[in-house]
Every structure is written in C-alpha cells, then in structure tokens.
Design a protein. Sequence first.
Length: 293
Amino acid sequence: MTRDALLEHAASGASGICRIWTISRADGVVLGFTDHDRDLMLDGVLCRAGSGMSAVALQQSSGLSVDNTEAVGLLSDGAVTEAELSAGRYDGAEVRIWSVAWADPSVRRELFRGSLGEVVRRGSEFRVELRGQAEALNQTMGHAYTRQCSAVLGDARCRFDLGQPGYADERVVEIIEEGRVLLFDWAHAFDDRWFEDGRLDVLTGAAAGLSGMIRADRQLGGVRRVELWQAIRAPVETGDRIRLTAGCDKRAGTCRLKFGNLLNFRGFPFLPGEDWLTAYPRRGGADTTSSAL
C-alpha cells in the first residue's frame, strides 16, 4: 500500500495507527518491535509487542545535521540482552521506523531510516542513539599524501587476495589470558610478527562473529603469543575456533617483501619529511629526509 493510504486512514478518524521499528544487525539477525498491544508481521519480520521497546519523538531537519532521536528499552532474555549489547552486536545496526495501520501493516509510512549509535545502560534499561542517513555526508572524504599506504589490506584499492595460502590460519583456542592474550604451541608455523597489525575473528562459541585487532605476535621459545589491543567483548574460551589474518604495517618494504604487492602500494615512501622545509643546499650533501623502500 502507498503512503497516501495511511494518510487516508488517519484522516478517517480511526485510531488504528501504531509504530513499528526493525533492527538489522551486521551478523544478519533482524529484530522487530512494536508499541501495539499484540505482535505484528512486517515484510516477514515478526515485530514483537510487550518487548519493552519505545521511541521518543523524532527530531529531523532538512539540512545536513544528523537526524537524531533515541530508542528506549528494557534488557530481557527474549528481546535485547545485556550480553549482546556489551558484545557490540548492535553497533552500527540499521534501524527503520514505520507508522502503520495495525489492522493492515502494509498500510504504512517510513518515518526514519538510519543506524544505531551510542548505547547507554542504566540498570535494566538502555537508551540507544539513532543516527540518520545524513550523518555520512558530514564525514571527511578524500585521500591524504602520506609515506605509509592509505589502503586497507585486502580492499579494492589494495587488491591483495587474502585467500591465498599462508596469509590466514584457523586454530582452536588453547590458552587465553585476560580475554586478549592467546598462547599457542605452534610458534614456528609462521614468521615472528607475521600476524601483528592483523585481525582475529572468532568463528565459534559465545563470541562468534566478533573480531579484534592484533597488537603483537611473538615467538617465545616453543610458544606463540598473540596479543589483542583490547579484549573481545564477549567470552572467548578454550576450544573456540578462531581465524588469524596476516597484518600489514603500511610500509612499502612490507608491501614488497611480505605481500609482493608493491604495484598497488597507495603511499608515497619518498615524500620529503618536515625537516626538508627548513633545509638549505650544501655542497656534497645528500637528501636524507625521505624514507626508502
């Protein structure tokens, strides 16, 4: 049904309009909520009543400022859980808010579309900021001239295929300390620091689907020690399966020797340094202000 159908329904004086909102997480989970007194179906998504979810008045503008509102809810086992919020499973999730005729949800009008922002918890209640689509237009765009590569390893600008053998490895967690230090007994399977600046993805267990960035990767005798910058935001336990992906420090030498991908290097290794601006010519002097491959 069209938006005009909802306007005609409202003009009839009938009080049969409610609000529905759907949340689509990055892991593919789609949840629906409604402030109606019974569950409703919208495009195949079950929108649950009595979930403790509600939304305050929308604040929207015609400029480029971020459309903002917030959703309020209660933590529960059946809807949004504290563990899922803490693990970051709702970070950046897409949210859509509809005004619908509860007797026929196909009669509807979309009020808001954006993503979830900052989440604040107070006891058993949470409040989450809703960020409109205009927010992306406020982000700084463009490329900077830097000595280091500006691409992300494996993206469209880097073009390196991380699926090649030797650049990723799946393992079972053997020992984990403080939620961010993992110890393995395969120290010499890869070069020292091979996974440093890389990525760790959790494939099974309570933290499945979450990831962390690798701070350090060291061989210590017969043990390999992999340390993350910060702990995964859900429990990672012995026996969980993980995937380690090789890291890149963005230097031209690493691109050439480790990945054989220098043709796609997106940095400027011979860019003069800051000292070059105040330098003056000297007889027989050499320029040492730029980096080498």
